[in-house]
Design a protein around this ligand. Sequence first.
Ligand code: 6R9
Length: 635
Amino acid sequence: MSNYHIKNLEEYFQVYRKSVREPEKFWQEIAEEHFVWRKKWDNVLSWDFSKPEVKWFENAKLNITENCIDRHLLTKGEKTAIIWEPNDPKEKALHLTYSELHKKVNKVANVLKSKGVKKGDKVGIYLPMIPELAYVVLACARIGAVHSVVFAGFSASALATRTVDADCKILITADGSYRGEKTIDLKGIVDKALEDCPEVNSVLVVKRTGSNINIKDGRDEWLEPLMKNASEDCAPEIMDAEDPLFILYTSGSTGKPKGMLHTTAGYMVYSAYTFKNIFNYNNDDVYWCTADIGWITGHSYILYGPLANGATTVMFEGVPSYPDFGRFWEIIEKHKVNQFYTAPTAIRALAKKDLEFVTKHDLSSLKVLGTVGEPINEEAWHWYDNNIGKNKSPIVDTWWQTETGGIMISPIPFATPTKPTFATLPFPGIQPVLMDEEGNEIKGNQVDGRLCIKYPWPSMARTIYGNHDRYRETYFSTFENMYFTGDGALRDEVGYYRITGRVDDVIIVSGHNLGTAPIEDAINEHPAVAESAVVGFPHDVKGNALYGFIILKEFGESRDRDNLRKEIKQTISDKIGPIAKPDKIQFVEGLPKTRSGKIMRRILRKIASGDTSDLGDTSTLLNPEVVEEIINGAL
Ligand code: 6R9
């Protein structure tokens, strides 16, 4: 019998040990007991990291939507599957039951079929956070088409590159989208992108804003009338365990985006099992992840993981600042949210605002808080713990990647004691190791190194779509027989992991390796600092020196800049040591970020070294306007 829901630390260790000693038996039991299969596997796992090739649940047959929808119909048909909260709080929220979701997904599936979409075809999706986004994603999975969701905040050129790279011939979009006070001309962006996508011959358009848009004859059609006429029955396509489920492009904080390809069975099992445990989801809970579905976090922990557990999952169309900075807390109160999962960037932005935005809302429903996307600094962690969780809701700091498909290192709430800035312990089935630059494993505790995973897990990406060599090169060639995450980490005296940042961003100052996260964490301890980013720039004597870009809190704006610089350096000296003091500190209004809140340090490095002639691909920047401001103020 598998131990599906881990309840205390002892149980965690027991389950973890089993998952390492007998990984195949471990995953086989979970897969058998908690999912529906059309046919069971012949073999649980075969793998070879040198190729790399990994297969889980070989020759099993299933459909993921049967697991996420159909199987709940008998017992939970009238349970709310999705609560959709619109951008404008005056618009009515939608409570969609599992049986309604079933019908919507089937209708869209039939529409896609009528457009000639077949098993294995790639479907581009460029939609805001509206219910149709969930229907379309699941409809693809229903008929075995491979979805490629592109975040609807991306530019025409980013959309075009991804549409071409993923071989999409059909694209689903909307007439427009709402983000706070803004209405965005989504279809205009699509029209521009499609000038560079000659293969796309069909565009289905969801009506959201009612804006006046261009409908290109023979190519564009409204989705709604097609859905109206479509049948609400659609038999699920029977898929092989290793058939592709989706392509998703990585955040692009480094270089050209990579289309990570995920397959069906392993992804389903892992996203569902992690969701249940890491969010401690219980039957009548309402769970909310604020990510966009255009990010892996939305795929695994708004849609697939929660739905596979028959959960109620909230989908939010808007932004945390509209109509005011209390919107997140208002939604938690309104829908009595029990588990809340967001990113450090959002926490820091909201922590800068008046506490009254928080205190006027009743947050007593909350049981578990989560964070993901980048290292959470200590100050933000405590703010979240004190003001949102009222020191009674454990914070799960979840470390993972688009490539890993699901959460890899995280506390299990009510089992693992938390520790600020530490993602703590590996999830069952995950075998992390730290490696030195020579390729040796660093054993023992109180050590740091490059974070690798030495054994396969079910939801790992199988390839980069269309470029398996790049997949091997990027993840499996740095260390033999290991998946290299690209992140640095340290392991403390009890074996807890702390992620110290991307190793490409490690700065060597006078021969010392400095991770960006601990330095930024120290800077953020200064009471006037809201957020910071540190990069290296060439220095005659030290090899590299540090350059800090710092956003001040509102009350810090009026302070004398030179004094502030001195104090901040002192804070760093006290927390880390004089070696980590930046040579230059520039105060900025904003930092260049990707949609998931990751700082594009590549751009800051260029600015710090005075080389701004070519900033590389900036198409996935959420706030391109700050770049110029930073260049103009550079020291
Ligand atoms: C899920 C997601 C992956 C990179 C990852 C790491 C950083 C994510 C983190 C974290 C520290 C955490 N990252 N979670 N760093 N603590 N809890 O974010 O996927 O967009 O592919 O980014 O994000 O550097 O390697 P993705």
